[in-house]
Design a protein around this ligand. Structure first.
Ligand SMILES: [Zn+2]
Length: 441
């Protein structure tokens, strides 16, 4: 209940509201950051593309609602998929976020919107008939909160508080057993290239097609179990900020993350990006497109260490040991049970990498009630009440057995067909085998 009296007498309601606003503004101020960025690239095939948009607005026309986007698209078998994703992915992600959300709700909606946006971009691109594909590492920075959606092997690494944090997944078949199992279970043939005398050479690839990656946007001629569903990770930096390095595999094939940070640590972002690319080319020669974006996140005002952060509302990944999170109970893994004794550290807010859409777009989503019910969760098309297919219709496949088939969210028929193909229920005809030549990486 509001106490309208203070020691010096009654306080007008208008004044109280003003004070509340000022308090709210201060909370936001503590997260205001300056972002300084630089990029550098050396091109071999001309298939790496970057997207840098430092001044996006959550609320159009409101400069207080700015967020920034940094992304790398590493194309293969042509550059159309990379260019198409660069031009369309951001708007597809944003169109999957309902309007009129608070900042916290908007940040909570991002992981799901990334999934919808990636899948819609893939579906729309494939309908154009191109065969190329692309990796995507897509970074959204709002205040101290970094959200990364990734498919493929372009990596985003954060250095903060003297530690490195991997914010993207590695979807190279050679590096990811879980993904090999998923692709195989969905009907893909994973193996190395057969040459004369049955000798197997090169990296693990998925056949038909011969792609080394388990996830990408595009790749029409590879099985549909090479899915565009992104790994998503959301973290909140401490008040000391941090440095983010995003690179295509041209860099990571030559340098470890530690090397990239060590080479670039004393330098400002553009010089740092230049140094990383130069060192990578120095080590391996220019064998691939080699691209680097460096972003320094510099908080304008330090957090007061005694103020605990507000309780988190959104959904929850498993805390990874690499995050230095202190919990009240060692057995607790739910955010509802977690209290932060020492808030000024890097916090993991969300992490999920499953390829299963029922799990990624599930009804337990914390702000589901503000989504329109009869809208396709992927392409955002309006549905008539009888048209939608519930995403839970076969949820048991993903271990979400408690959800009922008549619960939303819903997919339109086309997106349902896409989903079934991604989950291996609609096998495509195999067009090439392991004995034919590979179609790149
Ligand atoms: Zn749809």
């Amino acid at each position: 209940m509001l106490n309208l009296r203070s020691k010096s007498g009654p306080v007008p309601l208008g004044e109280l509201l003003k004070r509340e606003c000022v308090k709210g503004e201060r909370v936001r101020d503590r997260e205001k950051c300056e972002l300084v960025y630089g990029e550098w690239a050396q091109s071999k095939k001309g298939e790496d593309f970057t997207l840098i948009k430092p001044d996006c607005e959550r609320v159009p026309g409101d400069p207080l609602s700015t967020f920034s986007v940094y992304a790398i698209f590493d194309g293969h078998n042509g550059s159309q998929a990379a260019i198409y994703s660069k031009e369309n992915l951001l708007s597809n992600i944003l169109s999957a976020i309902p309007p009129n959300l608070s900042r916290d709700e908007w940040l909570g909606a991002l992981p799901r919107a990334l999934v919808s946006g990636f899948v819609k971009t893939d579906k729309d691109f494939l309908s154009q008939g191109h065969i190329s594909g692309t990796t995507v590492t897509f970074v959204i920075i709002d205040g101290l909160v970094i959200t990364v959606g990734s498919v493929g092997d372009s990596r985003a690494v954060l250095e903060a508080e003297g530690s490195l944090y991997y914010l993207s997944a590695d979807h190279r078949l050679d590096e990811n057993k879980e993904e090999v199992e998923r692709v195989t279970a969905s009907g893909g043939d994973v193996g190395r290239l057969n040459v004369v005398g049955s000798t197997q050479i090169g990296p693990l690839r998925c056949w038909p097609g011969g792609l080394c990656l388990s996830r990408s946007i595009g790749d029409r001629d590879v099985g549909e179990f090479i899915v565009p569903v992104p790994h998503v990770k959301q973290v909140k930096l401490s008040s000391t900020g941090g440095r983010l390095i995003l690179c295509s595999d041209g860099v990571w094939d030559a340098l470890t993350s530690e090397m990239a940070f060590n080479f670039s640590r004393p330098l400002p972002p553009e010089a740092a990006a230049n140094k990383v690319v130069k060192e990578a080319v120095h080590v391996k020669g220019l064998r691939d497109d080699t691209t680097c974006i460096v972003v320094d996140i510099i908080p304008l005002e330090k957090l007061t260490p005694t103020i605990p952060p507000p309780p988190k509302k959104q959904g929850i990944g498993v805390f990874k040991h690499m995050f230095k999170i202190k919990k009240t109970s060692e057995t607790s893994s739910s955010l509802h049970d977690v209290e932060y004794h020492e808030p000024d550290i890097v916090e993991e807010i969300y992490e999920e990498g499953s390829a299963c859409l029922a799990r990624r777009l599930q009804t337990e989503y914390p702000i589901r009630n503000i989504f329109k019910l009869f809208i396709c969760a992927i392409c955002q098309m309006e549905l008539k009440p009888t048209e939608g297919v519930s995403i839970q219709s076969e949820a048991s496949r993903c271990g979400s057995g408690k959800l009922r088939p008549w619960d939303g969210p819903f997919l339109c028929r086309e997106c349902q067909v896409k989903r079934e193909a991604m989950e291996g229920k609609r096998h495509r005809r195999g067009s090439s085998s392991r004995n034919s030549s590979s179609s790149g990486d």
